[in-house]
Design a protein around this ligand. Structure first.
Ligand SMILES: [Zn+2]
Length: 136
């Protein structure tokens, strides 16, 4: 299955996100790496390369998410989907406290867990940026 995304579409996705990762809210301008175009519903699960299914994502979030759609947070029987920037409001599911991304819902918890939002390296970096008023 093709995952070709035109340069114009990539630009539209980046601009819609204001050049911030739509998951962890880190701005690309303060990142050491170029950001990725994420398929919210992965190609593996028949997600399409269309504007509505694409998100701007930092390499960490995109890598840890992979082709996953959710995980188990409350028990081992019910899958909890990840935060979807096309249908969910970020602040409904998360809040930021001194660089730490706190989950407010099970969707937020599933996302923060698998995307490793608060891994030590990422947290230290965001805390430093926060102190400089560069995050969020
Ligand atoms: Zn991110």
């Amino acid at each position: 299955m093709s995952s070709t995304i035109s340069t114009g579409l990539k630009k539209q996705v980046a601009e819609r996100a204001l050049f911030c990762c739509e998951y962890c809210k880190l701005n690309e301008a303060v990142s050491f790496y170029s950001y990725h175009i994420d398929h919210i519903k992965s190609i593996k699960h028949r997600g399409l390369s269309v504007f509505q299914n694409l998100a701007y994502a930092c390499p960490d979030c995109n890598f840890y998410k992979g082709s996953d759609l959710g995980t188990f947070v409350e028990d081992d029987e019910h899958l909890t989907r990840f935060f979807n920037p096309r249908i969910d409001e970020w602040h409904d599911h998360f809040e930021i406290q001194d660089g730490y991304i706190q989950s407010k819902t099970s969707i937020g918890e599933a996302t923060a867990l698998i995307f490793r939002f608060n891994d030590p390296d990422r947290l230290i970096f965001r805390k430093e940026l926060s102190a400089l008023s560069l995050y969020p």
